[in-house]
Each structure stands twice: as structure tokens, then as C-alpha cells.
Design a protein around this ligand. Structure first.
Ligand SMILES: Nc1ncnc2c1ncn2[C@@H]1O[C@H](COP(=O)(O)OP(=O)(O)O)[C@@H](O)[C@H]1O
Ligand SMILES: N[C@@H](CCOP(=O)(O)O)C(=O)O
Length: 335
């Protein structure tokens, strides 16, 4: 359960008095998520989500996230909407933390991922990228090369206690990616835009078999659009036994490309971007493994799951390993 900050009844009552959303009937910590404290709050008007922002969220970025959710909804992307208080302000303070109430999204995230989920995800991710294209605010990805460098340093001492030799693997991979990452060191970049950057299954809701909404925009940033696809390849296309499912991968990529055709350079970069994505989640999970406060009500995620994924991409021989044959994808720059 991700609840780092407990809210007393008195604090909640005083907080809600500033809103016109009815009286609180119940407010329970949510047994999912790892980043922020989330409560399911039911009022006489209906259900809402109360989020208190924690550790990785820079309060200065909150207007970017909240503005993005409004921007995307105005372009047809179903996502939570910040609820303003009576004074029109959505971003407030509760229990000493920045806090927001957002609308409740119906649907459930898929506990067992089927190929059709990956197909729907591909379409939704491309729609998200198109909808974000005219969002006027940029936010550099704080969890790209520079952020990874900081996390490699911060986990160096503890890494080998989690798995012998892990600290060296992380340092080597960081060095390799630093020498290859698109858009760095004079290398050509790839198309950029607003990316979700954490579109894991628990952030994608389905209802009656159809994708019904996206949540958790608190890692959203400006980065390579194809990097978002690489994050999804890692989060959606590996089976519980560690096998990579090429059918899911092909469906994800092909449905994405039908809405937003990929350039040949983006397709060619996917294995590299997937390595970067694997390193990113390996590092944040490892950092949390080593640093989660003892009393926090949170289930830490396994960093080594992402070491396995990293190995897969390091050893990939080509796009066939991702279920792709020439001509499978709509290419933006095809003759
Ligand atoms: N707007 C929402 N509507 C419905 N459920 C939500 C909403 N926001 C969060 N949740 C629930 O809370 C859980 C944790 O939310 P999430 O944003 O992923 O937390 P964290 O930022 O801590 O990772 C989700 O898996 C979902 O069950
Ligand atoms: N998706 C990340 C952790 C953050 O996930 P959230 O959806 O709970 O915000 C991971 O799996 O490492």
C-alpha cells in the first residue's frame, strides 16, 4: 500500500471544507502504487482520488502535470482531471505535502496481460503522443542519462548486496548507453514530444474489454516518443517466466505505428531505447529497495526483474527478436 503520509480526520475535514464536492463518507489508503500517497475518497457526490505528492515529485513540476492532464482531456484522452477548490485552485497543501484531488476513473487495470491489451495500448500511446504535440510546456526527463548517472552513484554501495556484481553491471551499462544514446555527444536525435514515461499496466484501465483511460502522469516529460514505446515493451511484453512475447510486442508496435507512423531511425533504435528503459526502472527500483523508509506502507518492486529485461535487450540480435519483419510497421519515411 503506498501511503507515506497519514492524514488525520481533522486535517481531512479542514481540507475538504475548501471544496464544493460534498461531505466525506470514507477515505481509505489505496493498496497500489509506489510513488505517492493515494487515498480513495468517497463523498456524498461520488468517488475521488486524493493524492499527496512524495519523494520523486518536484513540487515545481506539479503545474506541468496538472496542466497536461487538462490538455490531454481536452483532446479526447481519458485521464483524471484535477478538481479545483472553491477558489479555483487545484494544487493545495495537506499534512504538509502538496496535494490534489482528481476525478475517479472507472475501469480496472489488467492483472493478466493479453495480446489485445497490447494492441489497444499501442493505439492509445500514439493518440497520447499526438494529443500532447501542442502542449506548450516542456519538462526535461529527469530520469534520463543524467538522472541514471546520479542513481548509479547513489546505489553503488548497496547494489552488490542485492546481487553480487550488480554495481559493475550498472556502471558498464551506463557507460555503454552514454556512448550510444540518441541526441547526445553529437549523435542525431529522434522525434521528441510529451511522453507518459511510466505507462505500466497498473496505469492503464480497461472496461468491458476496451481501454477506458490512463492515469499517473507524474513522470510525464519531454523526451523521445519512441522511448515511451520502449518503456511499454518492457512493462507489457515480458511474461511472468521472463520470456519476451513477440506477439504482444508486434501488436503494440504495429497498432502504435498505424496512428503515428514511426521513422526507420525510431524502429532501428528500439532495442537501444529498451536497454535505457530497463536501466531506468532497474535503477529506481534498486534505489527504492535500498532506501524505502521502514514504516512506509508500500510494496517495493523487484529491481532484478529489470536486470533480466536489460540482459534480453543487450543480447537482442535485431528487430526479429521484437516480432518485427520488414514491412510490418507503417513507416513515416517509407518511399
Ligand atoms: N484517477 C483515478 N481513478 C481511479 N483509480 C485511481 C486513480 N488514480 C489512482 N488510482 C488508483 O490508485 C493506484 C495508485 O495510483 P498511482 O497513480 O499509480 O500511484 P503512484 O503515483 O503512487 O504510483 C492505481 O493503481 C489505481 O488503482
Ligand atoms: N512503474 C514503476 C514504479 C512506479 O509505478 P506506479 O505506477 O506505481 O507509479 C516500476 O514498476 O518500477
Amino acid at each position: 500500500m503506498a501511503v507515506y503520509t497519514e492524514v488525520t480526520d481533522e486535517e481531512l475535514r479542514a481540507f475538504i471544507a475548501d471544496y464544493a464536492i460534498g461531505d466525506v463518507i470514507s477515505c481509505k489508503g489505496i493498496a497500489e502504487g509506489v510513488e505517492n500517497s493515494n487515498y480513495l475518497m468517497v463523498t456524498t457526490e461520488g468517488p475521488y482520488i486524493l493524492t499527496l505528492y512524495e519523494k520523486r515529485v518536484n513540487p515545481a513540476d506539479l503545474p506541468f502535470f496538472l496542466g497536461l492532464m487538462r490538455h490531454l482531456a481536452a483532446r479526447g484522452i481519458v485521464c483524471p482531471q484535477p478538481v479545483p477548490g472553491r477558489d479555483g485552485v487545484a494544487l493545495r497543501v495537506l499534512a504538509g505535502r502538496p496535494a490534489v484531488i482528481v476525478t475517479f476513473l472507472t475501469g480496472m487495470w489488467p492483472r493478466r496481460i493479453l495480446p489485445e491489451h497490447c494492441a489497444a495500448l499501442g493505439t492509445a500511446l500514439a493518440q497520447l503522443h499526438l494529443a500532447g504535440a501542442d502542449y506548450a510546456v516542456a519538462r526535461p526527463n529527469s530520469l534520463s542519462l543524467d538522472g541514471w548517472r546520479g542513481l548509479v552513484a547513489a546505489t553503488r554501495e548497496g547494489a552488490d548486496g542485492v546481487k553480487p556484481g550488480l554495481a559493475a553491471v550498472l556502471a558498464d551499462e551506463l557507460a555503454a548507453l552514454s556512448a550510444l544514446w540518441p541526441g547526445h555527444g553529437g549523435r542525431p536525435g529522434l522525434p521528441q514530444g510529451i511522453i507518459h514515461a511510466d505507462l505500466f499496466p497498473d496505469n492503464v484501465f480497461f472496461r468491458d474489454g476496451a481501454l477506458s483511460g490512463l492515469i499517473d502522469f507524474y513522470f510525464a516529460c519531454t523526451d523521445m516518443l519512441a522511448y515511451d514505446l520502449a518503456i511499454c515493451l518492457n512493462a507489457w511484453c515480458f511474461e511472468a517466466d521472463g520470456a519476451f512475447n513477440v506477439t504482444k510486442s508486434r501488436l503494440l508496435l504495429a497498432n502504435y505505428a498505424r496512428v503515428r507512423p514511426l521513422s526507420a531511425a525510431e524502429v532501428a533504435a528500439l532495442p537501444l531505447l529498451a536497454r535505457g528503459s530497463a536501466l531506468r526502472f532497474l535503477l529506481t527500483r534498486l534505489y527504492d529497495w535500498l532506501n524505502t523508509p521502514a514504516g512506509a506502507l508500500v510494496k517495493r518492486k523487484d529491481p532484478l526483474e529489470y536486470l533480466h529485461k536489460l540482459r534480453f535487450h543487450q543480447q537482442a540480435r535485431g528487430l526479429a527478436d521484437y516480432g518485427l519483419a520488414p514491412g510490418d510497421l507503417a513507416l513515416a519515411d517509407a518511399p
